[in-house]
Ligand binder design. Sequence first.
Ligand code: TXE
Length: 479
Amino acid sequence: MNVQNYINGKFSPPVNDAWIDNYCPANGKIYGQIPNSSKDDIENAYIAAKSVFPLWSQTTIDERSKILIKISELLDANLQRFAEAESKDNGKPISLAKTVDIPRAASNFRFFGNAITQFASESHESVGHDAINYTLRQPIGIVGCISPWNLPLYLFTWKIAPAIAAGNCVVAKPSEITPVTAYLLGEICTEAGLPKGVLNIVHGLGNTTGQAIIEHPDIKAISFTGGTATGAHIAKVAAPMFKKLSLELGGKNPNIIFADCDYDDMLETTVRSSFANQGQICLCGSRIFVEAAIYEKFKTDFVEKVKKLKIGHPSKEDTNIGALVSKPHLEKVLQYINMAKKENGTILCGGNKVIVTDYEDGYYLEPTVIEVATDECRVNQEEIFGPVVTIMPFNTEDNVLQMANKVKYGLSATLWTNNLKRTMRMSHQLQAGIVWVNTWMLRDLRTPFGGVKASGVGREGGFEALRFFTEAKNVCIKY
Ligand code: TXE
């Protein structure tokens, strides 16, 4: 499928007519082209956004809400088509695209369509001064949204929906590796009656198209999800222009298992938290720490279950593990597996490329479990972002807490225990933006989402996202 930019409500090729090949991860073949847009396309998108901004920012809340909810309904109605496109573009199992990615994209619009109707500001009476303060929450203006390839439409809409709900106009760039569902979203926005120019979707590489967004002096806020190195680069470019920034970056999340947990539930969920989406979710629990008393049992049971996961073409309903997103990414993950061997890690299962019949050039990899000799080795410290987890035992709460926190990242952590006091102690001390206890990736869209340390800056989700996409202005009136 060939992709075009969506600027001012219309599909158009890039000004410089430069194109990039788009690969299908399931078979390694080129199946379309996408624009490699330049500064000129970003400028056109900006001009379209700017021209409609006064109108959009003054649209009633009710009107905005209705349009967002209409977009969510259209996504629901097109679930199958979008799920197939997402699975083909990204390599993820169709079952995941159908039950998680696309429904969640629809929920993002529904949620923020409703949330904006409840987004209240504050007022404070300055007693003794005969004055009253009230706080306006004004849209920022034109904002930039840049998203990654792992949950393409899910994360793209996670940014766009609150931005437009709050009255901003958007210049957005999806990942060049997975552009298709963002392209299809354009049609839906037009059909839902979103005024032209409110959302402009520009495709292209990070260092050309993305760079033009972050360097644009009048794009006043950037919401970005992606790699930590890219996040640091964006922060550097944005700082001298005092842009507002929300950065959702990488993770190397601990999954801490105590002997007193509900074992079967933990085992089932740990397989999912390790390998869902081929392990390419920033929330995956890639470092598993198991209390020594149940370590050997866990090791045997976990490996047995992992070996049963079905690796196959993403379009097959019974596939558990699809293809990795790209050839360079597959190679990066394989390098980490080799590194594990050099670091005296033991590969308990997996570790090899998989040849799927009829799709020999697809980017398939066995789900891999590595028993590490020390928590300080690189495979246990660096984000691999693939179907690879490390496991090791621990003896005490203090010992595991120290290892859990001894990485540069701090996105999420998972804890398995039935001990309430320990739950509280650990949850409060884990260095992470999100802690799950006896579950994983249970998301309530009202809750704050984001990380600490190298996992990012700022929070999205619920009213946090609406706060990010607005400027607070206090008005003080003496009466
Ligand atoms: O991400 P990039 P990549 C991690 C994961 C992965 C690594 C690199 O470890 O292996 O990051 O992945 C755009 N100005 N995560 O290279 O480059 C880019 O076009 C503006 C974790 O694919 O950060 C894309 O749209 N934009 C992560 C987006 O940034 C730029 C999910 C993300 O791509 C840009 C993905 C620039 N100079 C990878 N350079 C998560 N937190 O979930 C790139 N981009």
